[in-house]
Design a protein around this ligand. Structure first.
Ligand code: C5P
Length: 290
């Protein structure tokens, strides 16, 4: 038996850090939404008790360090599953990019194996397990759009954001999320208004959404990697309605409504940036699948 899963990337329309926690993580308040840029994951049921993983990407490990492998292992260990799985990942989401690619792969494996191994877990149960793999995994288990608090796991669903294009460009550097958080100066944060952003989305107010985008991690990543600032400036110059870095970066995205301007930004960036995408936001959450 085989299952094909879609693992979409996410962007942060707002990312705020409220403080440092006792457990070393940061207390966050952010708005995340899934976009139509996705990895494809094939899961094949194996009768023997083993996890096999492969991908054609040079940038992800084909072993137990892969978050998709960790997801399968966690389910197996916690639920005493004796069957196995062969996981094949077709990577389309740039790696170490701020787009949650690894987290989304892990979430897709959790949802897929829930079916393939007939585990009958709810999405809430899968999300709780997902948090042991990474802070963004719970959001990726549900998909859609959400206000996320805590480490990122306290989720309040939101309606789909106003319809527009998302043009993404990733400079050819990889960023370590842990490093960026470590260098964040908590005393100098200019906080975005995440609550108002949630209201703008609820009211389907495109202008307001564009005015309110903000990500406190930009202060660290932009200083470290000037090419991220260059992309931001160019996107604005080419006519973007809003421009922001996603997650800890280095991917930058532009929001734009008109097709012609989307094309202009896409072509302009493609001139010097290898990884450029123009996609839509995905509105809907994943359904319970047991
Ligand atoms: O949870 P995850 O492993 O994806 O997080 C990667 C790193 O990002 C953590 O090790 C931590 O340094 C940082 N982080 C944080 N606070 C969060 C989420 C992530 O400090 N809420």
């Amino acid at each position: 038996m085989k299952l094909l899963m879609k693992a979409p990337a996410k962007i942060n329309l707002s990312l705020d850090v409220l403080g440092k926690r006792q457990d070393g993580y940061h207390e966050l308040e952010m708005i995340m939404t899934t976009i139509d840029l996705a990895d494809r994951i094939e899961l094949e049921l194996l009768e023997e008790d083993t996890i096999v993983i492969s991908s054609h990407s040079r940038y992800v490990p084909n072993d137990e360090r892969n978050l998709a492998y960790k997801a399968a292992k966690l389910l197996k260990d916690r639920l005493g599953v004796k069957k196995g799985v062969e996981i094949s990942i077709e990577k389309h989401i740039p790696v170490a990019a701020g787009l949650g690619g690894g987290s989304s792969d892990a979430a897709a494996v959790l949802r897929g194996l829930n079916k393939l191994w007939d585990l009958r877990l709810s999405l809430d149960e899968l999300a709780a397990l997902g948090l042991e793999i990474g802070s963004d995994v719970p959001f990726c288990v549900y998909g859609g759009t959400a206000l996320a608090k805590g480490r990122g796991e306290i989720l309040t669903p939101l309606p789909p954001p106003p319809r527009c294009w998302v043009v993404l460009a990733k400079p050819s550097i990889g960023v370590s999320t842990g490093e960026i958080y470590k260098q964040l100066e908590l005393d100098h944060i200019v906080h975005p208004n995440t609550k108002e952003m949630a209201e703008a989305i609820k009211n389907n107010d495109y202008r307001k959404m564009c005015d309110l985008v903000g990500n406190v991690l930009e202060s660290v990543t932009l200083k470290k990697y000037p090419e991220v600032s260059t992309i931001k400036k160019d996107m604005a110059r080419f006519g973007a309605d809003a421009v922001l870095m996603s997650g800890s970066g280095p991917t930058v995205f532009a929001l734009v409504r008109h097709d012609s301007r989307m094309q202009r930004i896409y072509n302009g960036l493609k001139g010097y940036c290898k990884q450029v995408f123009a996609v839509r936001m995905l509105g809907t959450r994943h359904e319970e699948n047991f």
